[in-house]
Design a protein around this ligand. Structure first.
Ligand SMILES: Cc1cc2nc3c(=O)[nH]c(=O)nc-3n(C[C@H](O)[C@H](O)[C@H](O)COP(=O)(O)OP(=O)(O)OC[C@H]3O[C@@H](n4cnc5c(N)ncnc54)[C@H](O)[C@@H]3O)c2cc1C
Length: 627
């Protein structure tokens, strides 16, 4: 008789077998960049077959990417040897913000500048990470992090300019035809109730909230009535109150508490809504302020008629834009601008299937070099003089090296900077320590076909009690050179999400607890959960996790969405725009320090691509002022 693990396919030889608990045992000498040092500029030799997007197993904060940074924060020091390299600009962090800063610097400050970008990961893009699967010679791409441009037509002008300049025309492609196709085969929104939480495994096709099929769902009659009422969202639960009283209530309650106290929702419905905000805010209903739930359009606030504090949808008009690999395509377009030899092509039409030649990223003759697997552990102005060059120490492998820079853009995380840069003033260090990151996990699963989903009518499922709150066919637009799966008989990438949290604690503490738990969770544990949940959800449609799963990539992001904690309230400063009139620690935190300027989404406490670019632009303008 087969064991439970065998039935799930845990013994299957899929590509993640190269990995043991996230440690890449298969990365041998051929994949590790070798370097030959001499007194002159460092010549990096990256093997031609070095191609991180096709790595599966544990990605995101992969093994080898974070240990050095953690040691540096805990006080470890390295004595580096000088490489002899000097750059006009060194950018720490090759996420979208760092890449955009390098691009804007060349555009606005010096087109002939010599620039070095350093990043601790084995790939560029930061959260905007590309995952690839190859099956039977066919390429399947997916987003390992940053998924979409949120209504790019509403982007701030400086960010919209950059995306246009690198070749993105947001009107040119859309995923609408793919959605239309999914609808035509009957695949749509669904809800999955799990046995452990609701008493029975039960999949309801037809909606993410209350839908007709829920009359059979494992909910008590009372919970069904409540959920139907909440979904209809027609009642004013604060009827008779003044605007000031309503304000006071939504500002002093979590969404969960508000629904319990004022909308009369019972435990079952409160459990149902708990994970609803996970995908967008990386927090549950227990810690999401009610006023944010209202502004986000979540149910429970009909007839509220509150003054708009200025963050509604009107600021983000228009459609979202999805590349099949998410905003990794933005990172790739930026990299191709900075290092043209990395890939042929010149438009968004050819970027998705372009195979990048990583061996050209760090060639000595490049004007811009991108050095991966390199963690910056020390940053200081020569002789402590803020008008002098900056010594940048980074660790690659076991070795610390020093390059010098006229200017530095810090596009990493605020919380790390004071630990590695003695030039940060004390007050600024305090402000930087107020930044906090929410952990997230994005999993991509290549399945051999999606007949079971078509049969069950599922394109995207909300799973309120399960480990993965979202399971969906990943967003797909057809570009000139990349076609989405248009038949349920074809393979497709499923996207699954979970947010490690500790409900009941204040949000910032939940993030910290979740991060710790995440780093202690093995790939094998996550894989088993993936197989179990897919088997239970889709099994009734014929899905067999042992047979149908062809590849799994787990992207863990212990330092995910950028938030800030308000020292006065101790709460997360959820929505930066509404803090215009309050203290904004991220503004104090991002001030220029001599020749070091600060970009990245911590600088706006706003985990969005447009902010990453906007902060890069601001940082480069600050260089112009100090030059
Ligand atoms: C799972 C996930 C999904 C998201 N989805 C979206 C989305 O759909 N749309 C959207 O607009 N935004 C999304 N975001 C927000 C995302 O953070 C931003 O859009 C943007 O990609 C952030 O870019 P960044 O360059 O500021 O930061 P990052 O992407 O974090 O890049 C910073 C880089 O600097 C590196 N670094 C830090 N310290 C050092 C050091 N000392 N030495 C060397 N390197 C260092 C980091 O490891 C990282 O690679 C998502 C975020 C996550 C985590």
């Amino acid at each position: 008789m087969k064991s439970r693990d065998e039935r799930l396919g845990m013994d299957r030889q899929i590509s993640r077998r190269d990995f043991l608990n996230g440690v890449g045992v298969a990365i041998g000498a051929s994949l590790v960049p070798a370097c030959a040092r001499d007194a002159g500029p460092t010549e990096e030799t990256i093997a031609p077959n070095y191609y991180p997007p096709s790595e599966t197993g544990m990605r995101g904060a992969h093994a080898g990417s974070f240990e050095t940074a953690h040691a540096a924060v805990q006080g470890k020091h390295w004595k580096g040897g000088k490489t002899g390299e000097h750059y006009d600009l060194v950018v720490v962090g090759a996420g979208i913000s760092g890449l955009a800063a390098a691009y804007i610097y060349r555009r606005d400050v010096n087109p002939n500048a010599r620039i070095l970008l350093l990043d601790n990961h084995d790939d560029f893009g930061g959260h905007a990470k590309r995952n690839e699967f190859d099956m039977d010679g066919q390429l399947y791409v997916a987003y390992g992090g940053t998924m979409l441009m949120d209504a790019p037509k509403g982007y701030p002008a400086v960010a919209y300019d950059v995306i246009r300049e690198i070749g993105i025309d947001v009107d040119r492609y859309s995923e609408a035809p793919h959605r239309e196709f999914l609808r035509s085969v009957g695949a749509g929104p669904a809800t999955f109730f799990d046995k452990e939480t609701f008493g029975e495994d039960f999949l309801v096709a037809g909606g993410l909230w209350y839908s007709d099929g829920m009359s059979e769902a494992p909910l008590s009659p009372q919970a069904r009535e409540e959920l139907e009422r909440l979904t209809a969202d027609e009642e004013d639960y604060l009827a008779g109150m003044t605007a000031a009283e309503r304000h006071a209530i939504v500002e002093s309650h979590s969404w969960r508490d508000y629904l319990e106290k004022y909308a009369g929702m019972g435990d079952e419905v409160l459990t149902f809504v708990q994970k609803w905000p996970h995908g967008v805010w990386a927090i549950g209903a227990d810690a999401l302020p009610a006023w944010m739930a209202w502004q986000e359009g979540y149910p429970g606030f009909a007839g509220m008629d509150l003054d708009d504090t200025g963050t509604g949808d009107e600021e983000h008009p228009g459609r979202n834009f999805y590349f099949p690999d998410g905003n990794a395509s933005i990172a790739r377009l930026l990299v191709r601008k900075l290092v043209p030899s990395v890939a042929p092509g010149n438009s968004m039409a050819d970027i998705v299937s372009a195979r990048f030649d990583y061996s050209s990223l760090d060639e000595a003759q490049n004007q811009t070099r991108i050095r991966l697997n390199s963690t910056v552990v020390d940053l200081r102005h020569r002789d402590g003089q803020l008008d002098r060059d900056v010594d940048v120490t980074y660790v690659k492998g076991d070795e610390a090296r020093i390059v010098t820079a006229g200017k530095v853009v810090w596009a990493g995380y605020h919380a790390m900077l004071p630990h590695i840069c003695p030039d940060v003033p004390k007050q600024q260090a305090l402000a930087q320590s107020s930044s906090v990151r929410a952990p997230l996990v994005y999993i991509n699963v290549l399945i051999r076909n999606w007949q079971s989903m078509a049969k069950l009518g599922v394109q995207r499922a909300y799973c309120p009690g399960s480990h993965f709150h979202t399971v969906m066919i990943s967003h797909q637009a057809s570009l000139d050179d990349y076609e989405p799966s248009l038949s349920p008989d074809d393979p497709v990438v499923l996207h699954m999400q979970y947010i490690p949290l500790e409900p009941g604690l204040p949000a910032a503490e939940q993030f910290r607890a979740g991060r710790r738990a995440l780093l202690e969770t093995s790939f094998e544990t996550i894989e088993r959960r993936v197989r179990e949940q897919l088997g239970r959800m889709l099994g009734p449609g014929g899905f067999d996790p042992d047979r149908d799963i062809a590849g799994i990539t787990v992207n863990r992001w212990p330092h995910g969405y950028a938030y800030s904690v308000d020292a006065d309230s101790g709460d997360v400063a959820w929505w930066p725009e509404v803090w215009q009139h309050k203290r904004r620690p991220w503004v104090d935190a991002r001030q220029t320090i001599g020749n070091i300027v600060i970009a990245g989404t911590d600088a706006s406490s706003n985990a969005m691509t447009e902010s990453a670019i906007e902060e890069a632009h601001r940082a480069v303008q600050e260089i112009l002022w100090i030059s």
